[in-house]
Each structure stands twice: as C-alpha cells, then as structure tokens.
Write a protein that binds this ligand. Structure first.
Ligand SMILES: [Zn+2]
Length: 402
C-alpha cells in the first residue's frame, strides 16, 4: 500500500485518536460490574499527609513513584491504579491539597475498566500504603519535611486547628497528650460474650475511666469516641494524632472459642507474632486471617521491628503496673504477658502505640470482673500508672527529670 502524504497521515492519526477518545468525551456507557469511588479524604498531619480513597469494591493497589519531568512541567508524583473502579469525569478538576507536602490529587479514568489516582508532590521522603476493608479503602501516607511548616495551618476535619508543637523523636519528647481509643463501636460490636456482653460497651466504659484517671494525673486526653459510634481505623489514629498526641492506647476485650481462656494481654506492633496473636489481630482488624498476610508483608518491608522500640517500652511499662496492681486486689487475674501482633490500628499510628486486651468476654471469671465498675476503675488506675512510668523514663532520657 502506498503511504499517505504527511498531511493526510496526520489527519488519520487525529481521527483514530478522536475515535478512541470519543467515548470518554461523550460520557460513554460505563462497563458493567465496576465499582465506584465513594469518597476521597486527605488529612495533613505534622509528619505526613494521609490520603484515603474509599471504594465500593476491593482492589489490589500498588504505589508507583515517578520522578519530576521538567520538560513537561510535571512535578514528582505517585500514582496508584485502581482496577475495576469507575470514576468517569467526577474528579476532572482534581483535588487541591497544597499543604507543603502534596500539591494536588488527580483521579481519572485511565482505561474503561481502570481508574488512576495521581498524587502530585511538593516534597517526598517515603510513603506507606494500606488496603483496608469495611469499607473498602486505600490509605496512602506520604512523609516528608514540609515547605514552610512554620506558616502552615494543619488542615483538620471540621476546621480544627492543630497546636503548634515541636516534633522531637518519640521517647525524647515529654508525654503530655494521650489518645485513648475505645475499640469498635456503632455497627461494629466487636466480640460478643457470655450473657450477650458486647465488647464495644466494655471498651467504652473502661476508656472513659482511663481518660478520667489520666486527666487527674495532668495529661491531656483525646478520646477517639465517647459514645457508641462507628469509626474507621484511619480516623481513629489520624484525627487524634493531628492534635499533637504523644501516645496511643487502644482498649479492647478479648474472645476465645475456649471458655476457659482468660487473662490480660498487651500488644505492640510487630510483624512477628504467635498463632494466638494472629487470631486476635484477625478479629480486631475485622479481616479473615489469610488477609493479614498482606499487612505482614507491608510490616516486614517497613522493618517495623526497628521502629517499635518505644511502643514496646510503653507496653512493658503498662504491663509492669497493671498486672501486679490488679493482682493485689483480685485473685485469678491471669497474666498473658506483652505480645507482638500485626494490628492495623497500631500500624496506622505514627506515635508509640499499644493495644490492651483487658480480659475475655467469653470467660465466666473475666466477664464478671469486666462488668464491675470498681474493677474497671482499678484497671484504669493501673494503666495510668504505667503511662506515668513510661513518661518518667522518657523525662530521664531527655534530661528533664531526676
Ligand atoms: Zn476488639
């Protein structure tokens, strides 16, 4: 076949391109069976910006990093392909962030059956990615030192402003603000125990008593919820941390198929675990055991062990006060020790964090105690004593104490 003269060839290229683009331009029928983007949220935290894409179906996600392209005036950016997700032109204008770390988000239809999230960066050191369920969502945290952090007002949900706080490494800064996180809530009851006892109710009662006790000891306390409501895991961590918290304590109650299993255990984040820890993590994460593999791979990649020293110290301090303290008054409180486990809520937190399993609602002995106000008050008192022990050690490290 004879080749076309250049002007016609250009025309043909243009026509082919138009034919390919036309369906998108005209708003083509979306293919069947695709999911939607339900929501896009960002939070600017002093140390990182969190991007959350909520979806109506599960996806596998991977972050790809692209260097700045000066020729085309493109900044450094990250992108994530969302297979089986339809956005059409819903986010055609992009979502400005402009917090000194991220410029904007762009979310568009990459192919008929795939959307792409692009994060245009101002600064970048590293990122982390989590894919969560109920609801399905992709969480990307982008870390970096911001441009002009002095003049930036942190963007928080509801227009709350974050106190200006110098960020020392964890363990070197004084502990002033503690986040107390009552696990589960609302549509998520957590474990259900003997007599229909719901974990979410036990968690809330104990957390409120712990908050009260810590306030009496001079700490600022942020409760992630103070009533029976549902919260996403990333909401629990980021809202509280955005207000400059120093420690994160998630309060839970345990469950087991064996009625005889009882006792208290305290977890900090680690990719290593024993079999029992995996059962607990599966329940607390709200995902099947096999799904925890991806979290463990993420944790291993992040070498969490090296980062978890402060959390381990907090866990040991609380354990060292709580078990002997309760043991003075209550016989038969079993010490299941300090353990490592792959917990999403601990991974999403960037400050020293522990998860306290205060007893088994499936055990007759434990559930009776957890129903007693005095027992919960004592538990709160001894956990608070553990936080004080942790704080005092930190002050010594920082040279501010005796
Ligand atoms: Zn729980």
């Amino acid at each position: 076949m004879r080749s076309l003269p250049p002007p016609l060839r250009d025309l043909r290229v243009a026509l082919v391109a138009l034919a390919l683009l036309l369906p998108l331009l005209l708003g083509v029928e979306r293919p069947r069976g695709l999911g939607d983007v339900a929501d896009v949220r960002t939070w600017s935290h002093p140390d990182y910006t969190r991007v959350v894409i909520e979806l109506t179906r599960p996806v596998d996600a991977e972050v790809v990093r692209l260097k700045a392209d000066d020729r085309n005036a493109r900044p450094e950016r990250l992108y994530i392909d969302l297979d089986g997700i339809w956005v059409g032109r819903d986010y055609a204008d992009g979502i400005p962030v402009e917090d000194g770390l991220l410029r904007k988000l762009r979310l568009g239809q990459n192919t008929l059956r795939r959307s792409r999230l692009v994060i245009d960066l101002e600064r970048y050191e590293r990122h982390r990615l989590l894919v969560l369920e109920s609801p399905h969502r992709v969480v990307v945290d982008v870390y970096g030192s911001r441009q002009d952090p002095e003049t930036l007002e942190w963007q928080l949900p509801g227009g709350v402003q974050s106190p200006d706080k110098k960020r020392f490494p964890a363990g070197m800064r004084p502990v002033r603000t503690v986040v107390v996180d009552p696990g589960h809530g609302g549509k998520d009851p957590g474990a259900t125990g003997i007599g229909g006892v719901r974990e979410k109710d036990v968690n809330l009662r104990l957390s409120k008593l712990l908050a009260k006790r810590l306030r009496e000891e001079g700490f600022e306390v942020i409760l992630t919820r103070d009533d029976d409501r549902y919260l996403d895991l990333e909401q629990r961590t980021v809202i509280a941390e955005s207000q400059g918290a120093d420690l994160f304590i998630s309060i839970h109650a345990n469950a087991s198929r064996r009625r005889s299993t009882k006792g208290i255990e305290i977890y900090y984040l680690d990719e290593n675990h024993d079999r029992h820890a995996l059962d607990v993590a599966s329940r607390e994460n709200g995902v099947p055991r096999k799904k925890i593999d991806s979290l463990q791979r993420t944790l291993a990649k992040w070498r969490v062990q090296e980062l978890s020293g402060e959390s381990e110290r907090l866990a040991e301090a609380v354990h060292g006060e709580l078990l002997p303290g309760l043991g003075k008054t209550y016989r038969g409180v079993q010490d299941l020790g300090v353990k490592k486990g792959p917990f999403y809520v601990l991974f999403l937190s960037s400050i020293p964090s522990i998860l306290v399993e205060s007893g088994f609602v499936t055990n007759p002995h434990d559930v009776k105690l957890l129903g007693e106000h005095r027992y919960l008050e004592r538990t709160a008192q001894h956990i608070a004593a553990g936080v004080i022990r942790y704080r005092e050690h930190g002050l010594k490290l920082a040279g501010g104490g005796p």
